[in-house]
Design a protein around this ligand. Structure first.
Ligand SMILES: [Zn+2]
Length: 354
């Protein structure tokens, strides 16, 4: 079977260092075969985020040729299933995991498929979800709980999932003091999930609207890094340093501050995807204080499934997470606004795809 010949998709034809100068078009792509182990999805919602911008500017490594259908995190309804697919039916409501790992390597076999070296990512290495329909491996779907709105479900596989994965990497517990550096889409969900875990949360950003929103979402304290040195303020607030810090600002400055903000024995999670090298405290100081620095990448299928469970039982409310919805036809202009952070979005989701 093939995809629908009347399909529309937001496609990248040429990258440019500034998003608005890149060639992104909403057009009808050539139909493609849907494999026997794949399903065809009517996409109903797809989030837009910083990694999409990195694809458009060419600053993220990418396998495969242009043009490329953009879009990483999505939710929708199964339209058709391939001949070998037995676990899913047309009409099932699902979210789509962006990564297609190999399924056979050592990492894949122990459930750390986010470390698979042969992974292909939707909207980066292969056609993504900013389209009326999308063909994807049947093993990359997560069922939606009955009551979740589809535009909220769409941001769970990547935005909320990345936050959840970083919290696990931080080893956060009841009463931990966590400093979150960067209060954008992932950072705000770090805040939500850390509060859910019983942690005290200090939020750091340079944007007054983001800081105000973090207070409204339950941050115990916020620091405007354009005014104050977060390392000094965290030390004052915590009597010497926090237990944990997570950096999602995507800047070397924030990563350095995160490392220096934790007390001896603390742990720092670097989750911002930036090509900059890490320059921070001396090796001697890190050795003496036994501060741990760990990375955090993409969420696993297990992370995402657990989040939908939390939504289903009412513990996790994503009602404030999507601050704007736009149509597929508006994607090229919206990418430019997202780069400028016009309107200070938590997450923008494309909803009018069909
Ligand atoms: Zn693998």
């Amino acid at each position: 079977m093939t995809t629908d010949a009347t399909m529309r998709a937001a496609r990248l034809h040429a990258t440019a260092p500034v998003v608005e100068q890149a060639d992104v078009r909403v057009e009808t792509p050539p139909p493609r075969d849907v494999g026997p182990a794949e399903v065809l999805i009517d996409v109903e919602a797809c989030g837009l985020g910083a990694l999409d911008l990195a694809v458009v500017t060419g600053s993220v490594p990418r396998r495969g040729e242009l043009p490329l259908t953009l879009g990483r995190e999505a939710a929708g309804t199964i339209a058709r299933v391939g001949a070998e697919v037995v676990d899913w039916q047309p009409g099932d409501r699902i979210a789509v995991l962006p990564e297609q790992p190999c399924g056979a390597c050592g990492y894949c076999r122990i459930g750390r498929e986010n470390l698979c070296s042969d992974v292909r990512v939707s909207g980066i290495d292969r056609d993504g979800a900013l389209a009326t329909q999308m063909a994807v491996g049947a093993d990359r779907l997560v069922p939606l709980p009955p009551d979740i709105a589809v535009h909220e479900a769409a941001i769970v596989p990547d935005t909320v999932g990345s936050a959840s994965h970083a919290i696990k990497r931080a080893g956060l517990g009841e009463g931990s003091i966590l400093t979150v550096f960067g209060l954008g889409g992932v950072g705000m969900h770090l805040l939500l999930l850390a509060k859910l875990a019983g942690a005290h949360v200090i939020g750091v950003d340079v944007d007054a609207v983001n800081l105000e929103r973090a207070v409204a979402w339950g941050a115990d304290a916020v620091i405007d890094a354009s005014v104050d040195d977060p390392v000094l303020v965290v030390a004052e607030l915590t009597d010497g340093g926090g237990d944990r810090a997570i950096e999602v600002a995507g800047s070397n400055t924030a990563a350095d501050q995160a490392v220096r903000s934790v007390a001896p024995g603390g742990r720092v999670v670097l989750a911002g995807r930036t090509p900059q090298p890490l320059t921070t405290a001396t090796i001697g100081r890190l050795a003496a204080t036994e501060v741990e620095i760990v990375g955090s990448g993409s969420p696993t299928a297990q992370d995402v499934g657990e989040l939908f469970d939390l939504v289903e039982v009412g513990h996790l409310d994503l009602g404030r997470s999507v601050t704007e919805t736009v149509r597929l036809e508006d994607v090229p202009g919206t990418l430019g606004r997202l780069e400028r952070r016009d309107g200070h979005p938590v997450r923008i989701v494309v909803t009018d795809l069909n």
